[in-house]
Design a protein around this ligand. Sequence first.
Ligand code: MG
Length: 362
Amino acid sequence: MKITGFRLGLLSAPLRVPFRTALREVSRVEDIVVELYTADGAVGRGEAPPTAAVTGETLGSIEAALRGHICPSLVGREADGMEELLSAISRSIVGNTSAKAAAEIAVWDLYAQQYGLPLYKLLGGGKSGLETDLTISVNDPETMARDTADALSRGYDTLKIKVGENPALDLDRLRAVRAAAPEAVIRIDANQAWTSRQAVRLLEEMQAQGLRIELVEQPVKGKDLDGLQFVTTHSPVPVMADESVFSPQDAMTILQRHAADYINIKLMKCGGLSNALRIASAAEVCGVECMIGCMLEAKVSVTAAVHLACARGIITRVDLDGPALCSADPVAGGAVFSGRHISLSDEPGLGITGISGMRYLD
Ligand code: MG
């Protein structure tokens, strides 16, 4: 069945509390949705958030890349010609990884629908459920302790704590969080904010103070692989590469250099499911466990990430809290989020049936 057309829309959902990291502050999720249509009435959906601070993409750039380059390269092609479709997306424009991820997700959604299978089964997966952590934004220690208590009351037992904005405060922040959650698994994310020596010093101090940090995400600048390797070698806390790994090639470099202990895979960084699968495979060969992460995304693209994580055993950690950070969910169908538990139905494709209140960008 041929892909006959596409439409783009703007999905908007308010956040429960403003999202703050060392890089930015955001108060609502606003993402571009792409819908691909086939002649027999099927709809494939994908979504991309504007994460200018990470991928360089804005709402305007995502819309322009999809409308002017990526989607036109798909119209007229067979929806079950997966290799051709993925290659068309990849060749349509350089960069623009989130826009490409949105188109890829829509293509995989259509493909799995044609075979009447949920996407995770098509990808070879067995399990249909996951447990996610919840992110606590970087703030003053009192606010972070309050957000931590709120997370525990909502049933989360693993927390990802944003640090790195004014590093002098980070130890105070983590002491406040640990006091509020003595039993929780606590992982931290510095979002590139530290120098390598500062990172080692801070991480040593955290463990010496009994803060029991499970892992630290991206302590240093994404491009500073020497620094990342230094922290991995000298820190008492295992290191996860996030902003250092966009492409499968980036992952290979990190794996070959042993520059990190874990890799954070995000569909929006790597350009979609096909590169995410390549990164997972490379990591699996090297015995390096991965986390599946997301940006500030609503449920269309996060559902695709859930399908991927259910299909790959090397993805042992789940940071898919985008929908849980929103105070309303405009997406019908797809993954079901209930506290920390995420489950998939056996509906074909992503299992998404509609999006309420979406404004089409025609
Ligand atoms: Mg991160």
